[in-house]
Ligand binder design. Structure first.
Ligand code: IMP
Ligand code: MG
Length: 171
């Protein structure tokens, strides 16, 4: 753990993350039995979560990537769009964390424009306190208070994405 910076407090351990991801996979498998999924991974923060969740979901599936930026005070912009055909497909957007809901609101509209059979949202972490737009994840690992977290894909200025556990900062 030599890379983890001073002042960071362990918040969710890798063991707890693994349990949360397994439980989400179980729920999704149950709900989509007999169906094929298209899993959408919004870059970059969702990479570890999608890698773990997709391998635990024992259903036919495709994984695709999209890169949307949502700078504070500016509109969202697509840097890299999806590249698979999602017409009449069951789409699962797998996001590591939801805050204001701006990114997902934008992304969900983009996905709906391609007429999938269904769209659902999976979030490992949800911070409902600061929601600005009406985004309600269909599957949530854990709701947390409004504190900035890093690790397991989540970053502070690109630092921390590779940490196996999730941390927050001392206040
Ligand atoms: P939203 O558009 O405000 O819902 O923000 C969602 C995106 O902001 C996430 O996909 C993350 O990339 C980033 N984000 C929100 N909260 C945190 C956090 O606590 N740590 C790291 N990234 C975060
Ligand atoms: Mg993200």
């Amino acid at each position: 753990m030599g890379q983890v910076r001073e002042g960071m407090i362990p918040s969710i351990t890798k063991v707890e993350i693994d349990e949360m991801v397994s439980e989400l996979a179980r729920e999704i498998e149950r709900d989509y039995e007999g169906k094929e999924l298209v899993i959408i991974c919004p870059l970059k923060g969702s990479i570890p979560f999608v890698a773990d969740l997709s391998r635990k979901i024992k259903l036919p599936q495709l994984v695709d990537f999209v890169y949307v930026t949502s700078p504070k005070g500016e509109s969202c912009r697509i840097i890299k769009d999806i590249s698979v055909d999602i017409l009449d497909k069951h789409v699962l957007i797998v996001e590591e964390i939801i805050d204001a809901g701006r990114t997902l609101s934008f992304l969900k509209s983009r996905i709906l424009a391609s007429h999938p059979a269904s769209v659902k949202i999976v979030a490992l972490l949800d911070k409902p306190a600061l929601r600005e737009l009406p985004i309600h994840p269909d599957y949530v690992g854990r709701s947390i208070e409004d504190r900035f977290v890093i690790g397991y894909g989540m970053d502070s200025e690109e630092v921390g994405r590779n940490y196996s556990d999730i941390y927050n900062f001392a206040q």
